[in-house]
Design a binder for this molecule. Sequence first.
Ligand code: YH5
Length: 262
Amino acid sequence: MAIINVTPDSFSGDGLNGSADAALRQAEQAIRDGATILDIGGESTRPGSESVPLKDELARVIPVVRALVSLGVPISVDTVKPEVMEEAIAAGAAIINDINALREPGAIEVVAQSDAGVCLMHMQGQPRTMQQEPVYRNVAEEVESFLRQQLAVVMQAGVAAERICLDPGFGFGKTLEHNLQLFRDLPQLCHKGFPVLVGVSRKTMIGAVTGRAVNARMVASAAAAMLAAQKGAAVLRVHDVAATRDALAMWAAIDCADVTAY
Ligand code: YH5
């Protein structure tokens, strides 16, 4: 899953939508590099970030969905807002990627009334404050118990199990130690019968381990993605598709793993 950045549209005066055009070029490159899903939304939810007003998010995301639907790979939209979900699905998005696990009022109904796939992610707290003092008794158990409970709520509302993917939410209300423990315990979550998505690309935990600035985390991110795959992750959400593909290719060559599944 390639992360496609959607930047605020800077009006260029030429009548073209500059940001949708940039996203299209980025998406085409990601597909050439081996991406099989495109995730639109990206880094709106960094620790400490404020939420984006609805009208701004719609203006950023929907033109990009329209520009990318004809590329032939499923389009995922990273949003917590039911209105954005609804318009994105109408514009052709195949997957809703919700860091809030459909907890916003109305979100479950929008997804249930569609045939979109959905990623349910664990987060402790809210993006603005979640890194202030995250506390767990047992991080893997608590993440799993939240996901199990939200899974039941979402399925009860009519979303079939086959449409659902789970995500432990690396960096979302977790210290470095929590993230590393959760990563160690990934096999537990990956053996519950649902595909698991892992997103660690360029995140603070990669910076904490390597001491690298955000633009120099490609190698460590690809290594971590490969380890996640080895522990059973089904979807890898990454910025650097080519590097991740290379890492997976080495695993496949050595261990005869089926990386065509990715
Ligand atoms: C995720 O894990 N993450 S947005 C801070 C960074 C780098 C990257 C400090 N959406 C996830 O990618 N959706 C995001 O540098 C996500 N799982 C799912 N399903 C945060 C992000 C980032 C933040």
